[in-house]
Design a protein around this ligand. Structure first.
Ligand SMILES: [Fe+2]
Length: 131
């Protein structure tokens, strides 16, 4: 049977514009809120047009020793220049990046998954330790 994870791509974010880059501390204090940012196109800009854009980013956390990852948030970007005058004529574009705050009480792995409307699903991950 085909699996969706076979379609989720990853690469070196410095060479591939679709890879979500997770930016937060490597080590955090248990139960203390910390900021997590996710950016796409950090080194090579990804287009943001009506025809080609990032639709969403989902963030997950898998605590060490657990079999599943929990969704932390889902961030949709719905303005890509479309207006009643046609594609790429709107005054507003949603940029494909996010900033959020979380707390954890176990070490684990953050996963970011993103969707480009043309080039599909991309992911990255980052291990987080506790002090
Ligand atoms: Fe793309």
């Amino acid at each position: 049977m085909a699996k969706i994870n076979d379609l989720v791509k990853t690469a070196d974010w410095k060479l591939e514009k679709h890879v979500p880059v997770i930016d937060c501390s490597d080590t955090v204090v248990s139960n203390k809120i910390f900021e997590v940012k996710v950016a796409i196109g950090k080194e090579i800009a990804h287009p943001n047009t009506s025809e080609h854009h990032i639709s969403w980013i989902s963030l997950y956390f898998q605590p060490d020793g657990e079999k599943t990852a929990y969704q932390v948030g889902h961030y949709e970007f719905t303005a890509h220049g479309a207006s009643v005058q046609g594609p790429n004529t709107s005054a507003v574009y949603a940029h494909h990046g996010l900033s959020t705050w979380i707390k954890i009480n176990k070490p684990g792995i953050l996963f970011a998954v993103s969707l480009c409307n043309i080039h599909g699903l991309w992911q990255s991950s980052k291990e987080i330790s506790l002090k």
